[in-house]
Design a protein around this ligand. Sequence first.
Ligand code: 3HC
Length: 708
Amino acid sequence: MAQGALVGFENVDGIGVITIDNPPVNALSPGVPEGIVEHLERGNANPAVKAMVLIGAGRSFIAGADIRQFGTNRPRPVPGKRTHEVLDASRKPVVAAIHGYALGGGLEVALASHYRIAVPSAKVGLPEVLIGILPGSGGTQRLPRLVGPKAAMEIIVSGRQVPAEEAHRLGIIDELVPEGADLRAAAIAMARRVADIRPLPRIRDRDEKLAQSKSDPGIFDAMRKSIARRARNQRAPYHCIAAVEAACTMPFDDGIRRERELFDELENSDEARALRYAFFAEREVAKLPGIPRETPLRPTDTAAIVGAGTMGGGIAMSFAEFGVPVKILDTTQDALDRGLARIRGNYETSCRRGSLTEAEMNRRLGLIEPVKSYDDIARCDVVIEAVFERIPVKEEVFKKLDEVMKAGALLFTNTSGIDIDIMANATKRPQDVAGTHFFAPANVMKLFEVVKGAKSAPDTLATAMALGRKIGKISAMAGNCDGFVANRSRGPFGTEMNLMVEEGALPERIDKVMVDFGYPIGPFATADLSGLDIGYDSRQRRAAQDPNFRKQPIADALVEMGRLGQKTGAGWFRYEKGDRTPHPDPEVVRVIQEKAKELGIEQHSFSDEEILHRLLFASVNEACKILEEGKAYRASDIDVMWLNGFNFPRYRGGLMYWADTVGGPAEVYRQISAWHQRYGARWTPAPLLRRLAETGIPFREAKPGRAM
Ligand code: 3HC
């Protein structure tokens, strides 16, 4: 293969091997599809070639179209010269040899090939919906013909990666070769075996599986209904269904044209732009300025958690899920028993719901070992402290860890608010200490906020980031400040939602506005789910420390009435026994009116936009302060935190990206200045916000004011 060529061709005794070599993941960047087409045509024209193999160099087959090309003025392929069309026209069989990933346009190339062979660790899928588009190279027409419209819709609308073994069972993969075997050699052997078989098996010619839609025409509407909640405000999932429906109702070539029309409607949609932004933001967040990518990492093969509470248990579950043995330490047998029972209870619920098998539950439980003595965890590579949020308790734990842990062990804390340096300074090895902040429930939420202490060593931080990824999280770095980055930027949202209630906006109204915006549940229902007592304790503590701290008299009154949220059947809302649906409660309205009167706050009406903007602009302003202070590397890192820590609707890109779509810094600055006049100091515009407004630089391009 010529040096630097994106696609190469080699004739191996009559089998043309076409190799795609576009690191890191063989995306179909400009030059790649053209190269594949050129070699397919040459192979067809060459009498010395009997069959062909398509294979990827490096770690993958093809991860799909080059996402950076979308939304640009890219050249479109000449009709008839698209890869799948050239494969359709091929007179010689083509075998797609799949390892790593065959995603999106990659799987579409494989589906247009005549045979597919793969290693068991390969993953295939059509994840276009996750970036707001649909498979645009025949995937919506070929997959239903291969696996039936129902299974195809499930795969296309979820965008999930299908493991090769499942894909084999479904018929997407014709043959599996053992892991570690020579895939290239196996594919060449297969090509030799099928070289003379005619007619060539083309998925486009098959329609027996489409009959499913004739006997059960309701499958498309049923699918639309089933996604109605999670696909709110989005078009791509519905367009995916429409394209599969077209596969069942139109001849193949018309279906392809319909797929293309639907694709073109989506490529530049707001949701597609936002989702592409989110995709790249989640890759950018892994890059740490000043810490080279090749920094040697410390081992993280064994872990320990100090504290068997809800958070500690959730963290242990995260490790077990990804196969890392984890010890869980607490001081009493009773605390350990309760912690383990909670973990088992969570697993059993998942088993009942069918999302976990009993064998998998037992495998995970087998990785979690309860221990009572610090000596039992001394040899672990990583320890995460998850004890009570009280400074003396944390200091005590870190002193003890310093005494017992082996040299080089990583000492992490899951604190959500205590200064990391207090813990670091309780040890004689502050270079090994950092924050690793999980978000509740720790085994579910994806955000893993790594907090940099004053003395955290570069390899400590690089390993912490890698550890998060190892346990399926999205790691994001934050500077050490009150609330770090995620909770600190979310704080003003929490303040405003309470103040708006005092001013006359009811919790159910605010929740509805935020659910309509795209949150899965509203902020008051979320507070009820977490328990109102959590915020109560920290508010009392902060009020005692800071005379200017803004209290939340209504929330406090609810707690003092014993309304702690879902767990007591009442909080901001009322709950029926055994049901999680929040019901508005006249008792809460009474408390609100009483408190507002006591405080002399005038009630007024709110527009939906005012509610939305007051909550989110308050946080945008705080995010600007965070950036100015250099506590985050990039505005997009804050977006990643909101997407993965707070369920901000992904198709809106994230807090800062969204703010750019509603007028950007100039509009946010204008509104915040008006609220500053009306409400006073808490709305003082951040200097960075003012500068962005003056210079016209969008939020997403804002640079930090200083190094972290
Ligand atoms: N286009 C452009 N760049 C891509 C890319 C793509 N499709 N897929 C990955 N990359 C880049 C990433 O941005 C990253 O770049 P960086 O190192 O400069 O940050 C690099 O490749 C490595 O990616 P990851 O860090 O994500 O590597 P992982 O090993 O963790 O994951 C992956 C690999 C599962 C393939 C993941 O990258 C992924 O999900 N990629 C996107 C797959 C996808 O959505 N394909 C469909 C594209 S749309 C399409 O095909 C349309 C067609 O129907 C017409």
